[in-house]
Design a protein around this ligand. Structure first.
Ligand SMILES: [Ca+2]
Ligand SMILES: [Ca+2]
Length: 474
């Protein structure tokens, strides 16, 4: 009476993989479906008996049955999935002989090798459209099965797809195999009381790859720092940030590869991708409020240019970084020079200033004719909680020393040094001094132009090469 017998490949293990019940008893079919199925099976059996009685001897049936098989093939042989991707594979059935009529099939597929994929579903095609038992995960993700049947008088024969297996890749790369080997599939066909599945097995090698993500645009123009200390402002690498994201507080050094790529970008002309032209929210520039004095100036209205140098230790580096701001300053009533409003220290990224160990920020000032002087060091961040560095160096002992008139660079560096040449240059300009070089003045006419003049003094003072006062260096 059974269409399918209870034969299973001997290799089916015990436990979850084992079939403990005969095929027909394993089917949990609703009553109505059971009755329908029963009627259908009765019809199949009746047909079988008729065929046997009309045309075949029992020996003929036995010989013929041995030759009648159904091959099940999973297709295609190989496949590739990305993480999380789902794909449907097909089960091809091929009857031998071609007109062997398949009435039902218990299709079992199994995931073997690596745990990289999971079996999600098996669905019928139109060739065996009756779901005698819907898909069930015998072992969730690992083994699934479905039992399909033909509609009466429209049994499957020949070669065609009879089911689709849906598989989902997990998030791990490698190769797994979807197989029918050892899966316990069975096929019922007219004229056969035994399982006609040929048990040759079939499998698909499924390679799971990590998803290929397009390379993100890197906004090299966001890199801050200098020399070997190149950094990403916090959260500003790559995609431009929205206004609410603040690029401050934490900086990330470029990796070695990024440093190479960054320098290649500089060498190639520093072109900025369109997407990177949206500037990240700029960190608030530190500001500087400055007051200082210059030797000799005690009244208002004297205009001087001054190079104000900000010097600080960089984070992630032993490097001292400096940036010089050229300013034009006018003296106030008592001769004090200073900023009328705090100036923005542009291009000094506050997140690059090393705040550890109270290193602070050095302020150095040089005007063309004074030596450079380090006026002092200001704590950073400022102690008042603002972002403004306040350098009030308006004291008598903090005057910039005047006298750097000779700022030539050859044959010796004269800039930022106070030497005889500076004084010589000054007195040589005493053009109103002109005394006839006679008598006691004759020897003072160094250049023998007939007069003792400032330029004669200048030549002598310029010889005082051992006298040298150096300004502070940056
Ligand atoms: Ca000088
Ligand atoms: Ca002279």
């Amino acid at each position: 009476m059974n269409v399918l017998n209870n034969q299973r490949p001997a290799t089916i293990p015990d436990g979850p993989l084992a079939f403990k019940k005969p095929f027909h008893r394993r089917l949990k079919i609703p009553i109505l479906a059971q009755v329908s199925g029963l009627l259908f099976l009765l019809l199949i059996s009746a047909g079988l008996l008729t065929v046997r009685q009309l045309s075949l001897t029992s020996q003929d049936v036995k010989t013929l049955a041995a030759a009648e098989t159904v091959k099940l093939t999973l297709e295609p042989a190989t496949s590739t999935l990305e993480f999380g991707q789902e794909k449907e594979y097909k089960i091809m059935a091929e009857t031998n002989p071609v007109d062997l009529k398949v009435s039902a099939a218990d299709l079992v597929v199994l995931r073997i090798q690596n745990d990289l994929i999971e079996i999600v579903d098996i669905t019928p095609t139109t060739r065996l459209p009756v779901v005698l038992r819907s898909f069930q995960a015998d072992i969730p993700g690992v083994r699934g099965s479905i039992v399909l049947g033909a509609t009466p008088k429209n049994e499957f024969k020949g070669k065609d797809y009879i089911a689709t297996v849906k598989v989902r890749a997990k998030d791990k790369a490698g190769t797994a195999r979807l197989t029918m080997i050892n899966g316990g599939s069975q096929v019922a066909a007219f004229g056969n009381s035994n399982n006609v599945y040929d048990n040759t097995g079939s499998s698909i090698a499924i390679t799971v790859n990590a998803p290929v993500t397009p390379p993100a645009t890197v906004c090299w123009n966001y890199v801050i720092g200098s020399g070997n200390n190149l950094n990403w402002p916090n959260a500003c690498k790559g995609i431009p940030k929205t206004a609410e994201l603040v690029c401050a507080e934490v900086i990330t050094p470029l990796t070695a590869d990024e440093v190479i790529a960054y320098r290649a970008w500089i060498a190639a002309g520093s072109s900025i991708p369109e997407v990177c032209k949206v500037s990240p929210p700029a960190p608030t520039d530190p500001k500087l409020s400055l007051k200082f004095r210059i030797q000799g100036v005690t009244k208002a209205g004297i205009v001087k240019t001054a190079d104000v140098t900000i010097r600080y230790h960089q984070k992630n580096s032993a490097e001292l970084f400096s940036k010089t701001f050229p300013l034009t300053l006018t003296s106030q009533d008592d001769g004090t020079f200073g900023t009328t409003a705090p100036i923005a220290l542009t291009a000094i990224h506050p997140e690059m200033i090393d705040q550890l160990n109270n290193k602070g920020v050095d302020i150095l000032v040089k005007t063309p004719t004074t030596l450079r002087k380090k006026l002092g060091t200001i704590a950073y961040p400022p102690t008042d909680g603002s972002n403004t560095l306040v350098g009030n160096f308006n004291t008598q002992d903090m005057k910039l020393m005047v006298g750097d008139f000779d700022r030539s660079h050859t044959p010796h560096e004269q800039e930022n040094y106070l030497r005889g040449s500076d004084i010589g240059r000054m007195v040589s300009k005493l053009t109103d001094l002109s005394i006839p070089a006679t008598g006691e003045y004759a020897d003072l006419d160094i250049n023998h132009d007939g007069f003792f003049r400032g330029n004669d003094i200048g030549l002598i003072v310029g010889n005082l090469t051992d006298i040298s006062i150096s300004g502070d260096s940056i």
